[in-house]
Ligand binder design. Structure first.
Ligand code: GLC
Length: 476
């Protein structure tokens, strides 16, 4: 039996701000199919975690966490969900706050979390063979594990879900936050700052990211956010493994949010569209295709491209609905355009899981022209709901969406290469051409219906990676 401990800052169904939570909430379950692996997860116990979960938690242990000049307590609770054991690390001072990120002391909070995880390895009774940490908030756990070696022979894996967020702090907090010799500053330092993500890239035994294309892209300055030299240095230990999605959770045949459940019938999609139109007070024109954007409204998602060409494309017979909140610039833009084109555009400036599901189910096209996209889960959900994705060829979008080719009849969506608004417009115009050509459209939809992105294959790849790190075979 090999023990693996996931260290992360969010996980469904307990607490979520983005795709990281979906991965932490579904990959350990997918790894369960291999009996030789015992995968558990440790998360901070945020105030925001709903009471229904807190009520199920059982007390495990309390211990001191020496941390710079401080000594902060930690208490660990546990619960079992879908066969997976989760640990929740409680500290009122750091985690009993509203929301989960965005505080001036986020650096201190997550460095504390990593210190506390290390102490838990010393005091608790779960001794991992592999510590697998995700994103900058958990990166210091890798650094500390490699330096302090709390469990004999334990190896480390670090996964980059988004290299844009690195956990950068002034170098002079080193003594304040760590009880380490100064010789360890080198591993953490980057461009004169202390950088959590870089520390993990320096110390981890293996590094993964969430798609093969992103694993290549981050070796170049355009995508690396300054860290390409580190990734080139660790190239031998870097691998891209595409995320899956929980296909039980995202299933139009059973999804309780939908007006009408379906496997693939387009007529049922239309029924969902009519029900949604009624709910929103937005008149759906069934002669026109419906495009949706479902995303956090941030630059990463390619919204500047959309802004450039949106009004021009709206001259066509199309309808658009956007769902999501985010930067004011985009919120204003979409609400303004919706008020100027009330019959064509609805802008839902909220985030609501139920509405999102109804949109996936109702739409013909799902637009995601990201500037960069480590993996992207929304395009996979769109495919599950038989909605045609339109993406830019970057990261996981490139690895999961193949642009439709009229000559060969292959492809499950549409894509364009360069981050260029006119390429996006040309692609959108092309989607209309295929939509109105019934033979081509039928063929495209057949391909969409066949697309599958469950965790099965990817979980196997993680297993193979773990196997390289431990002495006994995992897959027999
Ligand atoms: C981050 C990335 C996204 C990826 C997700 C899960 O949110 O931006 O592309 O799908 O992590 O790995």
């Amino acid at each position: 039996m090999e023990n693996v401990l996931f260290v992360a800052s969010e996980s469904t169904p307990f607490i979520k701000t983005g795709g990281l939570a979906d991965v932490i909430g579904s990959l350990p379950q997918a790894l369960k199919q291999y009996e030789q692996l015992e995968v558990r997860v440790i998360l901070p116990l945020y105030d925001e975690i709903p009471d229904e979960w807190k009520e199920q938690m059982e007390y495990v242990t309390t211990f001191d966490v020496p941390f710079g000049w401080r000594n902060q307590e930690a208490t660990v609770y546990t619960l079992k969900h879908n066969q997976v054991i989760y640990y929740f690390l409680a500290n009122d001072y750091y985690f009993t706050r509203k929301g989960i990120y965005g505080y001036y002391d986020d650096g201190e909070r997550f460095v504390y979390f990593s210190h506390a995880v290390l102490e838990f390895l010393v005091h608790g009774d779960f001794k991992p063979d592999i510590l697998h940490a995700h994103d900058w908030q958990a990166a210091m756990a890798v650094v500390l594990a490699n330096i302090r070696k709390p469990v004999d022979q334990m190896k480390t894996v670090f996964t980059i879900h988004n290299i844009k967020y690195q956990g950068v702090m002034p170098i002079d907090i080193f003594e304040d936050f760590f009880n380490l010799d100064r010789e360890h500053i080198g591993g953490l330092e980057w461009n004169g700052m202390l950088n959590c993500l870089k520390g993990a890239l320096f110390h981890a035994d293996k590094i993964t990211t969430v798609s093969p294309s992103y694993a290549e892209e981050i070796k170049y300055p355009y995508y690396s956010e300054g860290l390409h030299p580190m990734l080139i240095e660790r190239e031998q230990d870097l691998v891209g493994i595409i995320n899956g999605i929980d296909t039980k959770e995202y299933n139009p045949l059973t999804d309780p949010y939908l007006a009408v459940n379906y496997r693939s019938a387009r007529s049922k999609k239309i029924e969902n569209r009519l029900a949604l139109g009624e709910e929103l007070g937005f008149e759906m024109d069934l002669d026109q295709p419906l495009y949706v954007i479902i995303t956090r409204l941030v630059e990463q998602k390619g919204l500047h491209l959309v802004q450039h060409i949106f009004e021009e494309f709206l001259q066509e017979d199309v309808q658009f609905i956007t769902l999501g909140t985010g930067e004011q610039e985009f919120e204003h833009y979409f609400s303004d355009i919706a008020s100027r084109y009330p019959n064509k555009v609805a802008a839902l400036l909220t985030f609501d899981e139920g509405l999102a599901r109804k949109l996936y189910a109702s739409a013909d096209f799902f637009l995601m022209p990201s500037k960069f996209e480590p993996c992207g889960l929304a395009q996979l959900i769109a495919l599950q709901y038989k909605t045609v994705p339109i993406v830019r060829e970057t990261g996981g979008l490139k690895d999961t969406v193949l642009s439709y080719n009229e000559l060969t009849g292959e492809g499950n969506g549409f894509s364009f290469t360069n981050y260029n608004a006119h390429d996006l417009l040309n692609t959108l115009n092309y989607t209309l051409k295929i939509y109105h050509d019934s033979d081509q459209w039928q063929q495209l939809i057949r391909n969409v219906n066949k697309s599958q992105f469950s965790w099965k294959e990817s979980a196997l790849e993680y297993g193979r990676l773990y196997e390289q790190l431990v002495p006994t075979p995992i897959y027999g």
